[in-house]
Design a protein around this ligand. Structure first.
Ligand SMILES: Nc1ncnc2c1ncn2[C@@H]1O[C@H](COP(=O)(O)OP(=O)(O)OP(=O)(O)O)[C@@H](O)[C@H]1O
Ligand SMILES: O=C(O)c1ccc[n+]([C@@H]2O[C@H](COP(=O)([O-])O)[C@@H](O)[C@H]2O)c1
Length: 207
């Protein structure tokens, strides 16, 4: 009996997680018959400007809330718990140790795929996981720059949603209902995230 499972890995800063992330993961799971999709919130996303990123614990908890209702979705703390800048090569090494008998599929949107050769030790990543590039409105989905056979491109339902737009809307007092899961709307309000352009960096007010 073949016990090898197919594990999707959806990395992101998730500041906040939105339905674009969830649809991308769900479609990749469908197309590749993934047994599980592990969402991995970044610890320190070195290519985003440091002061602008919400505390990792808040981003981690929003990811847990957003994925809780899907039995195939899980959340990993490997990047949140690792010191230093978050490199996907480390994420994949950690997950390969957790899932030693399984195949890893790293899911990434067209914008991230475009930049992927700027990632730390990028070429080593392709030995650990197969990459799945998904369409995203406003970006071209191409893989000509990547090693042959390393990436499969798939079309997913177009969700013109970004975390940046969600943060801006909250800051302006506009709703983010239906852009992010209901529990994430409530978490953002409860924690006062994204108001006045600043987020609390600790969880001392979390009751
Ligand atoms: N609407 C979307 N459709 C498809 N893929 C997406 C979408 N939004 C994000 N992604 C992909 O999800 C992953 C994590 O994205 P990230 O957490 O940076 O969200 P973001 O919306 O791009 O954030 P920000 O606006 O803060 O840059 C990346 O691979 C990104 O390409
Ligand atoms: O490995 C790197 O150097 C690297 C650089 C930028 C982004 N990434 C990964 O790409 C995923 C999406 O990142 P981001 O910054 O667009 O949220 C997330 O898993 C990041 O860890 C990875």
């Amino acid at each position: 009996m073949d016990l090898m499972r197919r594990i999707g890995v959806m990395g992101g800063t998730f500041d906040p997680i939105h339905h674009g992330h969830l649809v991308a993961a769900s479609e990749a799971a469908l197309r590749f018959s993934l047994d599980e999709v592990v969402f991995v919130p970044t610890g320190q996303p070195w290519q985003k400007s440091k002061g602008d990123v919400t505390a990792a614990e808040d981003r981690y908890l929003m990811t847990v809330v957003a994925t809780a209702s899907n039995p195939r979705f899980t959340v990993s703390r490997v990047d949140v718990d690792r010191d230093g800048p978050t490199y996907t090569v480390d994420t994949l090494r950690d997950l390969a140790a957790i899932f030693p008998d399984d195949e890893l599929y790293f899911i990434t949107g067209a914008d991230a795929l475009e930049q992927i050769l700027s990632w730390h030790r990028a070429h080593e990543m392709f030995d650990i996981a197969h990459f799945v590039g998904v369409t995203r409105p406003g970006f071209d989905l191409v893989s000509d720059h990547l090693p042959r056979g390393a990436v499969t491109l798939i079309e997913v339902p177009a969700m013109a949603i970004s975390s940046t737009d969600c943060r801006t809307r909250v800051e302006k007092g506009e709703p983010v209902w239906y852009l992010v899961p209901d529990g994430v709307v409530q978490y953002i309000a409860k924690r006062g995230l994204y108001r006045n352009g600043a987020s609390p960096s600790r969880l001392e007010h979390l009751s």
